[in-house]
Write a protein that binds this ligand. Structure first.
Ligand SMILES: NC(=O)C1=CN([C@@H]2O[C@H](COP(=O)(O)OP(=O)(O)OC[C@H]3O[C@@H](n4cnc5c(N)ncnc54)[C@H](OP(=O)(O)O)[C@@H]3O)[C@@H](O)[C@H]2O)C=CC1
Ligand SMILES: [Mg+2]
Length: 294
């Protein structure tokens, strides 16, 4: 952690870490991945010299490497960076690296947990840099530090840091059943715990109470924080997961159909059955993928 912090503050040390580090490539924010076991993917960690030769063979002079952004540090203490090669031909880069550019929405659940997290973080940082080239206060260009942990306005010295939007996601229970809803944009059959963006100035508990009231017209109690994760879609969210209850006497839903297509109470048996069907479906997909790769 201290090493990473030092790299954020020391441009020269960051350049040297880049030359000895691992680099993950993206093309217009789409990560370069490799198929590993059938139906799963892994990220592709390239060395500085490997990326240099990919860039040269793709007709670039290599100066693009300076655009790499620090994303973390491996267990072997090697700094990890990401780089968007959007100006190059994706097919040529993919061929050079024996990989393939795959939309993160498709690959996210097929990457191992730590890799999914790293690739999502990299995409989020790359996106933040791409959309913050100018200062919102002065309209002037901003410049990044070597690590890419901040951007500074060239005329006012205002410092900008990468942003996330806090989101609450809550599993509401009435003691016997849990409440799930779906938006019309969800894949067919997919239901999820209720979620929503926190408003400015809200506490976690206030955001949970408001979102549930807005979406299904219930007043929740006993809000308990459970866990958190970075959520890359559609932009960078910081998901805070909670449990909450309603009394069974006050569990009548009044769904806001502008926000949700449907919301329902589900019993434990229904959830278990749905998870089993999902598991069988995933296994069949993996089997099919094994067959097509033969
Ligand atoms: N069950 C779920 O809904 C799940 C949601 N998520 C994630 O949680 C996040 C929030 O869920 P969702 O239900 O869509 O949120 P909300 O219930 O808050 O509804 C989304 C609407 O909120 C408005 N909004 C307010 N603040 C923001 C902001 N910072 N960024 C974008 N829109 C904002 C937008 O309205 P307008 O466009 O009218 O301005 C948007 O259409 C999303 O990132 C989603 O991917 C993850 C898993 C499950
Ligand atoms: Mg919502």
């Amino acid at each position: 952690m201290r090493y990473l912090n030092m790299l954020k503050e020391n441009d020269a040390a960051c350049v040297s870490a880049l030359q000895n580090g691992h680099i993950f490539l993206f093309h217009h924010l789409i990560p370069l991945l490799q198929r590993s076991d059938p139906g799963t993917f892994r990220s592709v960690a390239l060395s500085y010299s490997e990326v240099q030769s990919v860039l040269h063979r793709s007709g670039s002079d290599g100066s693009l490497l300076k655009e790499s952004i620090l994303i973390g540090c491996s267990e072997q203490n090697q700094a990890q960076f990401c780089l968007d090669v959007g100006e190059l031909d994706p097919a040529a880069v993919a061929k050079e690296c024996k990989g393939t550019f795959i939309d993160l929405r498709k690959a996210f659940f097929l990457l191992a947990g730590a890799e999914a997290h790293l690739v999502a973080k990299a995409q989020a940082l790359l996106r933040w840099h791409q959309i913050n080239r100018f200062s919102g206060a002065t309209g002037q260009l901003t410049h990044r530090n070597q690590a890419g942990s901040q951007r500074v306005c060239s005329s006012s010295s205002i410092v900008y840091y990468p942003k996330m939007s806090p989101v609450v996601i809550v599993l509401v229970s009435d003691g016997k059943r849990c409440l799930l809803g779906r938006q019309s944009s969800f894949p067919i059959g997919l239901y999820s715990a209720l979620a929503g963006f926190c408003d400015m100035g809200e506490t976690l508990e206030e955001a949970v109470s408001r979102e549930v009231a807005e979406e299904v017209g219930l007043e929740v109690q006993n809000i308990i924080y459970s866990s958190s994760q970075h959520w890359p879609f559609p932009h960078s969210s910081f998901m805070l997961a909670c449990h909450a209850t309603v009394s069974s006497a006050h569990s009548q839903l009044n769904v806001d159909h502008l926000e949700l297509e449907d919301a329902r109470w589900f019993t434990e048996e229904e959830i278990t059955c749905a998870l089993q069907v999902y598991q069988q479906h995933s296994e069949r997909q993996m089997e099919a993928s094994r067959y097509t790769q033969r």
